[in-house]
Ligand binder design. Structure first.
Ligand code: 5AD
Ligand code: SF4
Length: 439
C-alpha cells in the first residue's frame, strides 16, 4: 500500500480541500501517515493570505530536497492558493525544480489524473486553471473529525477587498445548488456527523447567481430540517451583506448555533473605505446592536487587520474603540502583509514594522481582557456542549464546544465522546472555560 503525507496551511476552505484530496487518495488505495520519511507522496496544500505562510512553504520545500535526493521515486505535490499565482509557480520551477506536481484550487478534482501523469514523466507537471467555472460535485472526502464536518456552500469571492489575494486565487463567487448541499449533509449525518460548518468566503451572498431564488437564510431553514443533525455553524459573514432576515433565521432555526463570525477588519471609516469594505463603522455597530437585541446570548467573533497602509494612530484608536464597544468573544488578528497583485500593495503610505507590532500588541491586550470578562460572566451558567474528545493537557478531562463555539474542559468518562451534554461553567478563562457535567 502506498503512503502519503498531506500538510495544510491556511483557512477551513483549505482544510476541506485537503479532506477532498484525502478522499481521492483513499479511493486510489493510499494510506495517510505522519512521517515524510516513510511517505511515497508528500502534498503541501498552501495558503497565500499572508506572506509568512509563503515563506513557511518555501522553507518546508527546502527540507524535502535531501529526502527526494535519497528516494528518487518520492512524489512531491504542491497545490492550493499559492499556486494560483504565476510568480510563485515560477519561483518553484526555478528554486525547487525537484517538485513533481503543481496544481491549483480550480482543478482539484483532476488530482488523480494529474498524479498518475506526473508519475510517468520526469519533469515537473504544472496545471493551474485561471478561473473556476462550474462547481464539481461528488468529490469524495475523508473528514478529519467524523463528528464535525465542513461543507462548502460556495466558492470564490467577488469583493476585492484591497488587501486580499483570495478573489485572485479562488476566482469568482459561485454557489452550490441547495439540493446538492442538503444531500451531502444528509449523507454525513447518516455516517455520524452531528455538526456541520457551512463554508464560503461570503456566505451572506449565497445563491445570487443560482436559477432558483434562494438566499442564505432560506438555505439555513432548509438545512435546519435535516433529521439527526444537531448543530449548524457558518462562516464567513460579510457585514455589507448581512440582513435582518438572516439574523432572524439564526434565531429561529433550532440547530443554528448562536455564533456569528463578522470580520470588521478596521474601526475607522477612512481605513474601511481604502480597504473597499463597503460599510461604515456606524453601520457595523448598528448590525451588532441588532444581532445582540434579537439574539441576546449570541457570541460575536471577528477578523482585524492592524497597520493597513495609511492607518494613523487616531485611525487605530478608532479600531480599539470599536473593539471596546462590541466586546468580541474571540478575534483573529492580523498584521497587514503586502500581497503582490492587490491594490493595497501599491499604496505608498505603508506602515513600519515597529508601529504595526506595537499596535498589534495593544489590540491583543484589549481583546484578551474583554474575552476574560465575557467568559467570567458565564460562571454558574449551564451550557450545551458537544464532546469532541479527551483534553490534550489532562487525559482525565474531556473537551468540547458550547453552541457559542467556546472550548470547555471538564471531568467525564470517555464513553461520552460524541454526545451532547449539559455542562455547568465553573471557571471562565480568556481562551476557554472549565466546567462540570450538570445533573
Ligand atoms: N494582510 C493581513 N491580513 C490579511 N487578511 C487577508 N489578507 C490579509 C493581508 N494582506 C486577513 C483578513 C481576512 C482573514 C482571513 O485574513 O482579516 O478576514
Ligand atoms: Fe478577501 Fe474581502 Fe473576499 Fe474576504 S470578502 S475573501 S477579505 S476579498
Amino acid at each position: 500500500m502506498k503512503k502519503y503525507v498531506i500538510e495544510t496551511w491556511g483557512c477551513q476552505m483549505n482544510e476541506h480541500d485537503s479532506e477532498k484530496l484525502s478522499g481521492m487518495l483513499a479511493n486510489m488505495g493510499y494510506l495517510e501517515i505522519d512521517s515524510r520519511e516513510e511517505a511515497d507522496l508528500v502534498i503541501f496544500n498552501t495558503c497565500c493570505v499572508r506572506e509568512n505562510a509563503e515563506f513557511k512553504v518555501y522553507g518546508n520545500l527546502g527540507q524535502l530536497k535531501p529526502l527526494k535526493m535519497k528516494k528518487r521515486d518520492l512524489i512531491i505535490a504542491v497545490c492550493g492558493c499559492m499556486m494560483q499565482q504565476e510568480h510563485i509557480v515560477n519561483h518553484i520551477k526555478e528554486k525547487h525544480p525537484f517538485v513533481d506536481l503543481v496544481f491549483g484550487t480550480h482543478n482539484l478534482h483532476r488530482f488523480p489524473e494529474l498524479l498518475e501523469n506526473s508519475m510517468q514523466q520526469d519533469n515537473m507537471l504544472v496545471e493551474v486553471w485561471e478561473e473556476g467555472g462550474q462547481i464539481i460535485e461528488g468529490i469524495p472526502s475523508i473528514r478529519k473529525y467524523g463528528l464535525k464536518a465542513f461543507v462548502n456552500i460556495m466558492n470564490g469571492c467577488n469583493n476585492y477587498c484591497t488587501y486580499c489575494i483570495v478573489p485572485y486565487t479562488r476566482g469568482r463567487e459561485r454557489s452550490r445548488k441547495p439540493e446538492d448541499i442538503v444531500e451531502e449533509i444528509k449523507k454525513l449525518v447518516e455516517n455520524g456527523t452531528k455538526e456541520v460548518t457551512l463554508l464560503g468566503q461570503n456566505v451572506n451572498s449565497y445563491g445570487k447567481a443560482l436559477e432558483e431564488k434562494i438566499d442564505f437564510a432560506d438555505l439555513l431553514y432548509k438545512i435546519d430540517e435535516i433529521n439527526g443533525l444537531e448543530r449548524i455553524r457558518f462562516m464567513t459573514s460579510h457585514p455589507k451583506d448581512i440582513n435582518s432576515k438572516l439574523i432572524r433565521a439564526v434565531k429561529e432555526c433550532k440547530n443554528v448555533c448562536e455564533h456569528i463570525h463578522l470580520p470588521v477588519q478596521a474601526g475607522n471609516n477612512n481605513v474601511l473605505k481604502s480597504m473597499n469594505r463597503k460599510y461604515t463603522r456606524e453601520k457595523y455597530l448598528e448590525i451588532v446592536d441588532e444581532i445582540k437585541t434579537i439574539i441576546p446570548d449570541i457570541s460575536i467573533t471577528t477578523d482585524i487587520i492592524v497597520g493597513f497602509p495609511g492607518e494613523t494612530e487616531k485611525d487605530f484608536e478608532d479600531t480599539l474603540d470599536l473593539v471596546e464597544k462590541v466586546k468580541y468573544d474571540n478575534a483573529f488578528t492580523f498584521i497587514y502583509s503586502i500581497r503582490e497583485g492587490t491594490p493595497a500593495a501599491k499604496m505608498d503610505n505603508q506602515i513600519t514594522e515597529d508601529v504595526k507590532h506595537d499596535r498589534f500588541n495593544r489590540l491583543l491586550s484589549i481583546l484578551h481582557s474583554n474575552m476574560q470578562e465575557i467568559n467570567k460572566a458565564l460562571e454558574g451558567k449551564i451550557l450545551e456542549v458537544l464532546i469532541e474528545g479527551k483534553s490534550k493537557n489532562d487525559e482525565s478531562y474531556l473537551t468540547g464546544r458550547t453552541r457559542s463555539n467556546k472550548v470547555i474542559n471538564f471531568k467525564g468518562d470517555k464513553s461520552l465522546i460524541g454526545e451532547l451534554v449539559n455542562v455547568k461553567v465553573t471557571q471562565g478563562k480568556s481562551f476557554s472555560l472549565v466546567g462540570e457535567i450538570a445533573e
